[in-house]
Design a protein around this ligand. Sequence first.
Ligand code: PNS
Length: 162
Amino acid sequence: MVIMQKRAVYPGSFDPVTLGHLDIITRAAEAVDELIIGVLENRAKIALFSVEERVKMLQIITDSLPNVRVESFHGLSVDFAKMQGAGFIVRGLRAITDFDYELQMAQTNRIMAPEIDTIFFATNLEYAYLSSTTVKEVASYGGDITKFVPEYVAREVVARYK
Ligand code: PNS
């Protein structure tokens, strides 16, 4: 008997990873056999953290999740999914404002790779307002970000703005 492993990728910028991301990671990891977080190396975007730093932060905060691993990638998310042998792309939906972009991306990805499906997780209400961009803005003005990101990440972000 051949047992099919359900493998998914969760691509994103994660600059930095937030509690909203971590919530999606934890729930997705329960739904699939293996979850590979893909940190996009996007040369067009100026990031606060290098790809290596983002990968390390994700590795540290997902250490207790045995079926999660973290990789970096550049190029298309569907190509990353194919390279990892994944049949699914995981994305979080915070609010209706995410929907248009996410649907467009999922449908484009499906045309490029019909064998890969996108699974959306509805973000917990608690994190519906949260984004990496707002975390950086709050931190840049010296605000408290400990309610928005894991403790380790908060320390790294604060250090970056010192
Ligand atoms: O965390 P983000 O910035 O919302 O993640 C966006 C991401 C990385 C998922 C998206 O920009 C992406 O998939 N980029 C890689 C290029 C690609 O595959 N684009 C989708 C085709 S429309």
